[in-house]
Design a protein around this ligand. Structure first.
Ligand code: GAL
Length: 392
């Protein structure tokens, strides 16, 4: 299957634009080859809601470059709900809200692209978006063509006002419409986990939300983490469980809690979509979002989602297998007091070895262990390690 995909992609490259929009199987193969690691970027919703405009998006594009976010891997700049006008035009096409986006979407996409970034947009598989603006149900082909013509690289596709119609059919129709444009567009399915999307979405989209919305507080973030148990088997390169976007830096959690949020999302091989105001990011927030060693756990090329290995009530051990045979280990303390936690390397599936190199991904320090991986973990904190069996 993989070699078929590669061959088809090569044909696309060779024939170039001559067949774009016509060869649907080719375009589908293109979509499947997207998001080989979980998508990374920024999305407007968590911080700004409907309070978005062209200047904000340009400023965020600039900030993604100047803060180092782009170079850390955050490539997609995604505009969520509320970019569209309240009416379609005379030809039935979606239009941008021209007060908020006077230069239009194409010019904005060109600007974002000029910064070495990609641009994402939002619609709903319903008659209206969740904010009651026009959406794409029964307009899939026309809207996908508009998105492609504007230069859009990523579509988040929501579930509001879906008229009770079948989800698989609604999301498949948009998948086909995107493929027919010939433009590679990451397809993000946002039906809140309502129809067990992990069972069907891997063949339709590149990522699918598994729950309702995250909120910027510890309890909700932990609730969402709990909903991910049992879903690891459905993730693979090109197709990811999406536990929703990041709240890191939005103010509702402590730095320790945000470090835990980010660590656990990386263990989950989650899409990493920052949702904070990048124009005014503290150094603490930046050091979380741009921790390259933690990002590498999320972006590991094997694309194996981590799972909960042990649950002792407030103390949990999560493990993610990595492409080179290492394991990422998170010792998570959900309790209100400091906890001493430990796990043995062979118990989590590492080969027997005399010594293991244990890299602390937040302290950026190595130590050697005979097999025990342990830490005193702060309340609501996490110790995150990359463990490597040493052969000599
Ligand atoms: C929700 C979705 C959120 C956000 C919001 C916009 O359905 O889960 O992530 O996109 O709609 O109205």
């Amino acid at each position: 299957m993989r070699s078929v995909t590669v061959t088809l992609s090569a044909v696309v490259l060779f024939v170039g634009l001559a067949v774009s929009g016509i060869g649907t199987p080719v375009a589908e193969a293109q979509q499947a080859s997207l998001a080989q690691t979980p998508p990374m970027g920024w999305n407007s919703w968590n911080k700004f809601g409907c309070d978005i405009d062209e200047q904000l998006i340009r400023d965020i594009a600039d900030a993604m470059v100047s803060t180092g976010m782009r170079d850390a891997g955050y490539i997609y700049l995604n505009i969520d709900d509320c970019w569209m006008a309240s009416e379609r035009d005379a030809q039935g096409r979606l239009q941008v809200n021209s007060e908020r986006f006077p230069g239009g979407m194409k010019a904005l996409a060109d600007y974002v692209h000029s910064k070495g970034l990609k641009i994402g947009i939002y619609s709903s598989a319903g008659t209206m978006t969740c904010q009651r603006l026009p959406a794409s149900l029964d307009h899939e082909q026309q809207d996908a063509k508009s998105f492609a013509a504007w230069g859009i690289d990523y579509l988040k596709y929501d579930n509001c006002y879906n008229q009770g119609r079948d989800a698989v059919e609604r999301y498949s129709t948009m998948k086909q419409a995107l493929a027919a444009t010939g433009r590679p567009i990451v397809f993000s399915i946002c039906e809140w986990g309502s129809n067990r999307p992990w069972l069907w979405a891997p063949d339709i989209g590149n990522l699918w939300r598994t729950t309702g919305d995250i909120r910027d507080n510890w309890d909700r973030m932990m609730y969402i983490l709990d909903q991910q148990v049992g879903l690891a088997q459905y993730a693979r390169p090109g197709a990811w469980n999406d536990p929703d976007m990041l709240e890191v830096g939005n103010g509702g959690m402590t730095t320790t809690e945000y470090r835990t949020h980010f660590s656990m999302w990386c263990i989950l091989a989650a899409p990493l979509l920052a949702g904070n105001d990048l124009r005014a990011m503290s150094n603490e927030t930046k050091s979380i979002l741009e921790n390259k060693e933690v990002i590498a756990i999320d972006q590991d090329p094997a694309g194996i989602q981590g799972h909960k290995f042990r649950d002792d009530g407030d103390q949990e051990v999560w493990v993610k297998s990595l492409a080179n045979g290492d394991k990422a280990v998170a010792l998570l303390n959900r309790g209100m007091t400091r906890a001493f936690m430990a796990v043995e390397a062979i118990d989590i599936g590492l080969p027997k070895a005399d010594r293991y190199q244990v890299r602390d991904l937040w302290q950026h320090r190595d130590h050697t262990s005979g097999g025990r991986i342990d830490a005193g973990v702060a309340p609501h904190g996490v110790a995150l390690y990359r463990v490597h069996p040493m052969s000599d």
